[in-house]
Write a protein that binds this ligand. Structure first.
Ligand code: HEM
Ligand SMILES: *[C@@H]1O[C@H](CO)[C@@H](O)[C@H](O)[C@H]1NC(C)=O
Length: 506
């Protein structure tokens, strides 16, 4: 290198560093009023950021203990993220509109949605409206199919012989049942039983999560260039098209020929999506992407919850007789219907209690601050524009102010309340069903972005639990000890290796 060029390069490098240091310092000063967990100061990001990768749950707990009911910040590798605790602030996050605190942008960042899934779902998330309205309205009508699929799927995956006990890995077994029964509603028979299709739907979520982390390690300008090479998107669309392409094309053609309500039109999620899709959304790849995304939101969440439920049931076998009595009595009276599930108060309570104690980590409701002025909480705290906020669900779920003996699993906690209310006329209506959300119960989120799939999930979970208690005996393979969660950074999932024993009741 010639000398002047060399000097120029050094000077610009020094300038860039100086500007960067100044910016970081100003940024830090601006944030100073909000307390930090872990090291703060210019180098705080780096030491603290590494610590957060290894000890996120402990650091969140530390923040909640030191700053109860307040906002605090935690160091990430290249920035500060914000965590809020306490009913008031959590409710303010839950209530904020998408244009102020964006959930789509919040997830876009952690999952690199635009690269790993596709820009279409960010541009127009109409599939969420379809879930909230058409899908939820059709649940009772579609229940017999879902019930049939749950029952067949358990027969197939357990493949029990006579009255022998058989041990199976809990999570993967449940995942097959959930994937099949969910896709019976999404795409119908026979595709919902195709192994290759189901594998794609289960695997896609895992690939998105892993590849998003790899992409997030790249410098921002390189992400859109290198990201697509490792993104699961194009393979997902290609394989999804192999399975769903002919079916989607057939439906579009039928509609063109015979009108929107063509004879024989199936009542499933693909039809409901096509009813709402506009213009370029009415194409095979766009519909395939929505099916992939919705499966992503549905399968692992529902399977995790049910695996936890099985761990709770086998480590508290004393609940079995009462659950069984209720399920058998109600099914005898009302048959296998959605109305019957609505009468299973103990099952509902057991599921809600299990969710309360076993969320998938201490935080939820990821948001990005969109307002250029930042987001101002009612206590005066201002979180700057472009920052990420999470709310702590764990503290509320385990607060003695919200729950008596919060550390104890009390499977009938909520059904006992319901019975008390029914005996005392004139009391307020019962509002602790498993689908009811509040700042004390955040398993499905709350308010603006509350999970639109929760009515489907609740119906499936109850149908699976009723099916199991009526048809099987279950036992833990670990002698009553609840298998510990697998923890990845801030996320906790049910133990993926633990086994459960099943035996057919004769
Ligand atoms: C037990 C199973 C489930 C759990 C625990 C769960 C939990 C959640 C949570 C915590 C949120 C985030 C709320 C927020 O950020 O404020 C959410 C959102 C969402 N869930 Fe679920 N979910 C479950 C099942 C499902 C199912 C079966 C579907 C689809 C059929 C689904 C579709 C969605 C969608 C599309 C969103 C985004 C909503 C929005 O941003 O407005 N979920 N869910
Ligand atoms: C907030 O939640 C998202 C989604 O689980 C996660 O990716 C992110 O790391 C969380 N932020 C913090 C500070 O824990």
């Amino acid at each position: 290198m010639e000398e002047p060029t060399y000097i120029l390069a050094c000077v610009s490098a020094a300038l860039v560093s100086a500007v960067w240091l100044l910016k970081t310092w100003r940024h830090n000063r601006q944030l100073n009023p909000i307390p930090a967990v872990g090291a703060s100061g210019i180098w705080g990001y780096y030491t603290g950021g590494l610590r957060y990768m290894l000890h996120a749950p402990e650091m969140v707990q530390e923040g909640c203990t030191l700053y109860p009911g307040k906002a605090f910040r935690v160091p990430r590798l290249f920035r500060w993220d914000f965590i809020v605790s306490g009913k008031t602030l959590i409710d303010e996050v839950a209530s904020a509109p998408e244009s102020i605190l964006s959930a789509l942008e919040g997830n876009k960042d952690s999952l690199k949605v635009d690269i790993t899934i596709g820009p279409e779902i960010l541009n127009h998330a109409y599939h969420i409206d379809v879930l909230r309205t058409t899908l939820t309205r059709n649940l009772a009508k579609c229940f017999p199919d879902i019930r049939d699929e749950i029952s067949c799927a358990f027969d197939d995956v357990l493949a029990l012989d006579g009255a022998e006990w058989k041990s199976v890995p809990a999570l993967s077994t449940i995942m097959s049942v959930v994937a099949r029964s969910t896709n019976r509603l999404f795409v119908g028979l026979p595709i919902c039983r195709n192994d290759d299709y189901l594998k794609l739907m289960v695997r896609y979520t895992i690939d998105v999560v892993i590849m998003a982390q790899v992409i997030n390690l790249m410098p921002a300008p390189l992400q859109p260039i290198l990201g697509p090479f490792i993104s699961p998107r194009s393979r997902g669309i290609r394989k999804g098209t192999t399975h769903l392409g002919p079916l989607i094309e057939h439906r579009i053609a039928q509609e063109k020929a015979f009108g929107r309500d063509w004879p024989g039109k199936p009542n499933d999620f693909i039809s409901w999506l096509l009813d709402s899709a506009q213009g370029s959304e009415r194409t095979v790849p766009d519909i395939v992407v929505r099916i992939l995304t919705t499966n992503m939101a549905a399968i692992h969440t529902t399977s995790s919850v049910f695996t936890h439920v099985l761990f709770d049931l086998t480590s508290h076998p004393e609940y079995m007789p009462a659950l069984r009595e209720e399920a058998e009595r109600v099914v005898q009276e009302l048959g296998w219907t959605k109305t019957a599930l609505g009468r299973m108060y103990r099952l509902d309570s057991f599921l809600r209690e299990s969710q309360r104690m076993h969320d998938n980590g201490p935080v939820t409701m990821t948001r990005k601050v969109m307002d250029p002025a930042g987001f101002t909480f009612s206590d005066g705290t201002v979180v700057p524009a472009g920052s990420f906020i999470n709310a702590t669900s764990r503290v509320e779920h385990f607060s003695p102010a919200n729950y008596e003996d919060p550390d104890d699993f009390d499977g009938f906690r909520f059904s006992k309340l319901r019975e008390e209310r029914e005996q005392n006329e004139g009391q307020a209506v019962f509002n602790k069903h498993m689908v009811t959300t509040s700042v004390e119960h955040l398993s499905f989120g709350h308010r603006t972005h509350v999970c639109p799939g929760r009515f489907l999930a609740a119906m499936q979970l109850k149908a699976m639990l009723a099916h199991i208690v009526i048809n099987y005996d279950v036992r833990s393979a670990t002698d009553g000890v609840r298998p510990p969660d697998d923890v990845f950074g801030i996320v906790a999932v049910p133990n993926r290796k633990a086994k459960i024993g099943f035996r057919k009741r004769l």
